[in-house]
Design a protein around this ligand. Structure first.
Ligand SMILES: Cc1cc2nc3c(=O)[nH]c(=O)nc-3n(C[C@H](O)[C@H](O)[C@H](O)COP(=O)(O)O)c2cc1C
Length: 189
């Protein structure tokens, strides 16, 4: 039997990413985020209004999404606990500038995307940026011989929990199935 539960927030497993953006004070900067969804070449990210990331992304209207794995856990946490600091310098983060937009691509994160903001919508204390994905990058080990993404070997960190406790959950290469698996399995029963 299901019960209602009270919580001010409930994150039902969202992949964590590190935003890279141009910064009027520190040239470029980074902030950790987990609120996003993507459909085709659209991505929407949600940020707390008071963050430096919101100020800078609202101004320059471009950002990168850099997806860490567990190996970049320290960088991911520091970029999410420090605020309004020169995080790229403080944390000695290696990066290169994007080819199309003016924002940093983090070398250590195996997957990155370049995004250009097309709409900004406020929702109380939060701001949603709707952006177009201009370019996608990934480590060459994540591409098969035909240049297609190897989804079964990429392991982003999932952020899950309620107001009391939020934890990281990890994907691994042992648990994956092809789209259509469940319908196909029924057909042959
Ligand atoms: C795992 C994790 C997920 C986070 N997700 C979000 C998020 O979705 N939206 C948000 O506004 N802040 C999120 N944060 C908090 C920001 O990273 C944090 O407030 C940061 O210090 C803001 O830095 P800035 O002010 O320099 O931009 C997250 C932090 C962590 C560690």
């Amino acid at each position: 039997m299901k019960k209602t539960f009270n919580t001010s927030k409930f994150y039902y497993a969202f992949p964590i990413f590190i935003l890279g953006y141009k910064d009027e004070k520190f040239s470029y900067n980074i902030t950790t985020c987990s609120s996003s969804f993507s459909l085709g070449d659209m991505v929407v990210i949600g940020m707390f209004k008071g963050s430096n990331a919101v100020k800078q992304i609202s101004k320059f209207k471009e950002f990168t999404i850099n997806i860490p794995t567990k190996e970049q856990g320290f960088l991911m946490e520091k970029a999410g606990f420090l605020t309004k600091r020169d995080k790229l310098t403080l944390l000695s983060v290696p990066y290169e500038l994007s080819s199309v937009i003016d924002a940093p691509l983090l070398e250590k994160c195996p997957v990155s995307m370049e995004c250009r903001v097309e709409q900004i919508q406020e929702f109380g204390e939060y701001v949603n940026f709707t952006a177009r994905i201009i370019n996608r990058w990934c480590d060459e080990t994540l591409l098969d011989t035909k240049g297609n993404f190897k989804s079964n070997v990429f392991s982003p960190i999932e952020y899950i929990g309620d107001e009391k406790q939020r934890i990281y959950r990890y994907l691994d290469d042992k648990n994956s199935d092809k789209l259509g698996t469940f319908i196909r399995s029924l057909k042959y029963d």
